[in-house]
Design a protein around this ligand. Structure first.
Ligand code: S3P
Length: 426
């Protein structure tokens, strides 16, 4: 599907966004191995989180969905059953990597794979710790999906993650739930901690000391009544659009503000953006609140080290803001961007160049000088949801209409994106 986007007037209004994708995956997976029923309100509407539910159903979990409310009948720690066919993770790296931690402990063999993009994403990073715990895993060319996971009784480990990845951390912590004793993970940089928070809510014992996280094995998890905060990574596109369009003022209500995710707001403020948190509360251990953004000129900035890990999903849209900022944006230490749903460094560079924007890239980063005009162009999502949405925002700041090829990729995390954008821009 191609979408044509014209230059935008101001964005105005209040919106509530569908549930956070990261949290939705984790709640659903933990619900499946808990005892009793879990109800999840404001579950993510993205195709990725539907892939997780599909996999859980294939593992024998009863799942009912009414609108954005999902009800799962937990099977307890030993109650999942062997799937009749390959588990389909679709486009979802979170589904395959996190669920593998659970599959590795099952008394059956399962195969999990996904679409063409997922089939190119590296899985060695989860295979190594799971094999150390005792699982046997076969992969295409020893590292790509589909994975054939022969579940085994697992042993606890202490594992130092070579890359900062919340998906890999989650995989190992989930596997640790099935091992006797303590499984410990050491992160090179702190990553999003939704898993640690959700595990505690479901009744597991988790200790966190700096970058060292320990889960006590074989807890009794119990079903819960949960509500997912709005997705801050989806909000990022509207915040960016409001910052770009003169006269804008929007409020995003009840969005997740977990400090390991909210680096976006800090970074935007460092760039000089008029972004404000209007209220904050707690929900199931997660911070939630209302955020306001208005039009404002931006200074620019450098994303590196810990910032890169914390902003990893928001970098494409920050690149767009960088081009129009005063000093531009430089992104370093971002090797991981090369192996997301697409090579996001290449996709950002290509689309910006099509818009007449100067940009320079290297293996683990890129730089976009500031004060550049974005010109109308034919853009491409490269099949990646965040590229589709980031360049829709870029298109709003041009003088003529832009076409985004493959804009339907937005459905992976946010099917209502174009409708909500339309409602905000009147
Ligand atoms: C996610 C972790 C990140 C992020 C992805 C969601 C998660 O991936 O890019 O969109 O929910 O844990 P990595 O673990 O590969 O960094």
């Amino acid at each position: 599907m191609d979408v044509t986007i014209g230059p935008a007037g101001p964005l105005k209004g209040e919106v509530r966004l569908p549930g956070d994708k990261s949290i939705s995956h984790r709640y659903a997976m933990l619900a499946s191995i808990a005892r009793g029923v879990t109800t999840i309100r404001n579950y993510s509407t993205g195709a990725d989180c539907a892939s997780t539910l599909g996999c859980l159903e294939s593992l024998g979990v009863k799942v009912e969905r009414e609108g954005n409310t999902v009800r799962l009948e937990g099977r307890g720690r030993e109650g999942l059953s062997k799937p009749a066919s390959m588990l389909d993770a679709g486009n979802s790296g979170s589904t395959i990597r996190m669920l593998s931690g659970i599959l590795a402990a099952q008394p059956f063999t399962s195969v999990i794979g996904g679409d063409e993009s997922l089939s190119r994403r590296p899985m060695r990073r989860i295979m190594t710790p799971l094999e150390q715990m005792g699982a046997r895993i076969r992969a295409r060319d020893a590292q790509y999906p589909p994975l054939e996971i022969e579940g085994r009784p697992l042993q606890p480990i202490t594992y130092e993650l070579p890359v900062a990845s919340a998906q890999v951390k989650t995989c190992v912590l989930f596997a640790g739930l099935f091992a006797p004793g303590e499984t410990t993970l050491i992160e090179p940089l702190r990553t999003r901690d939704h898993t640690e928070i959700a595990l505690r809510e479901f009744g597991a014992e988790v200790a966190v000391q700096g970058k060292r996280i320990t889960v006590m094995g074989r807890p009794e998890l119990s079903g819960l009544d949960l509500e997912v905060p709005g997705d801050l990574s989806s909000a990022a596109f509207f915040l960016a659009a409001a910052l770009l369009a003169p006269g804008s003022r929007i409020v995003i209500e009840q969005v997740g503000l977990n400090p390991t995710r909210a680096a976006l707001l800090d970074f935007l403020r460092l760039m000089g953006a008029p972004v404000r948190i209007l209220s904050v509360g707690h929900r199931h251990g997660e911070l939630v609140g209302d955020v306001e953004a208005a039009y404002g000129p931006l200074r620019g900035g450098v994303v590196e080290g810990q910032w890169t890990a914390a902003l990893i999903d928001e970098i494409p849209v920050l690149a767009v803001l960088g081009a129009t900022s005063e000093q531009g944006l430089e992104v370093r230490d971002a090797r991981e961007l090369r192996i997301k749903e697409t090579d996001r460094i290449a996709a950002v560079e290509e689309n910006l160049k099509r818009m007449g924007v100067a940009v320079k890239s290297w293996q683990d980063g890129f730089s976009v000088p500031g004060r550049q005009r974005l010109r109308a162009a034919e853009l491409d999502s490269f099949g990646d949801h965040r590229i589709a949405m980031a360049f829709t925002v870029a298109a709003l700041a041009t003088e003529g209409p832009c076409t985004i090829r493959g804009a339907q990729a937005a459905r992976i995390s946010y099917p209502e994106f174009f409708d909500t954008l339309r409602s905000l821009s009147g």
